[in-house]
Design a binder for this molecule. Sequence first.
Ligand code: ARG
Length: 476
Amino acid sequence: MSTTGKSASSHTDGEQKLWGGRFDENTDAFVEAFTASVLFDQRMYKQDIAGSKAHATMLSKVGVLSQEDVNLIHGGLDKIERSIEAGEFEWSVAREDVHMNIEAALTQHIGDAGKRLHTGRSRNDQVATDIRLYLRMVCDQAAAELQRLMEGLLSLAQRNASTIMPGFTHLQTAQPVTFGHHLMAWFEMLLRDLDRLSDTRKRLNQMPLGAAALAGTSYPIDRNISKDILGFDGVCENSLDAVSDRDFAIEFCSCTAICLMHLSRMSEELVLWTSAQFNFIELPDRFCTGSSIMPQKKNPDVPELVRGKSGRTFGNLISLLTLMKGQPLAYNKDNQEDKEPLFDSADTLLGCLRAFADMVPAINANTDAMRDAAAKGFSTATDLADYLVGKGLAFRDAHEVVGLAVRHGVENNLDLAEMDLTTLQSFSEIIGDDVFDVLTLEGSVTSRNHVGGTAPAQVEAAIERARIRMQAVYIS
Ligand code: ARG
């Protein structure tokens, strides 16, 4: 699974556990591997090190650690970070998780000062802090990719503000719309996704550190010092809540699931539109693959995969909700199971957004095919009804008249705009030759000229507003 990190050895077998004091026998080898999280939580090493450095600095400021110890701790942690980044750090399953791997390595490097780092802290507040820091980074990265995708959409919408295509309900031709208008519907979905992400970030940016195991600590800590160093907006108010709840992770998975649901809907349309039957758009070759047997094929793999990947993000959300729902306060080992679904959602979101952000600006609209499709299927029937209403007919009567005209069209393979005036007048004598203004595709879209309507002028104006609106949404 994608969340698995670098392999870990058990070279530290036989080493005294950091918590080994009260135990008589060694951990069962299977249990050791079963309870370890280092294979997947090592990806939080940067956040773990930043948290430890902030904690050590705070402890020295309140007089619990000497400056000398802090200097050693910072130096040692920096070295460990470099060795992890160089791929030289030996992760050990026997050391269970990222926290104890780094702490044990620190003590190996710098001796007794390393043993003092964990003063006034527990892995419970440590891990809760690490996850929040990690997720904060992921939110910022996802927001940047979303914004890139949204900008791509705006430029594609700009190029197609007056490109006409059929609009659908029930996947049946309904009324003509502009392609730009359709793309701006996608933009609105993504803007709400960005807003949700911003909201999630705001709520997760509170610091658990200081809650220790569950009840706080008897050392004279000053949580504001570490909070400021780590860039949190505040500290978690209640120690029991701080170490136990993962609602912020659930929120993130929820935002991800909703965003992937949107990307999946867009994918579905892209897949339909690239088919020979629709032929509305072309995707550049670099986003498609061929078939090993059918030489003519150019498959829209990227949107298909995004549509498929939405499923795992829905599953991850359900996993975390279920993980959380039965837990009594405060920390329980169940919470170790939060990481794989969470990281999988993070990876999936970032990957899908990146693929979309790269692909969307490169979409090529087959404007003739779109227009031809809109011209079929009686897409201006509502316009004819509205025209009759304008001439004094009640809407229900107008609906009936147009229904008869459409039936005539179906039987004779004629669109409304292709019928001559005498034919049209045989359905209602109030029809005049000005009717052809509303039966054209351009006439139809241009007449929907209000905020939220499909008229090209409205699409242009919506794009202008969108550029401003998207700047204000995500606050990091
Ligand atoms: N690896 C653990 C986790 O992910 C860290 C916290 C362990 N705390 C404990 N009390 N065993 O949740």
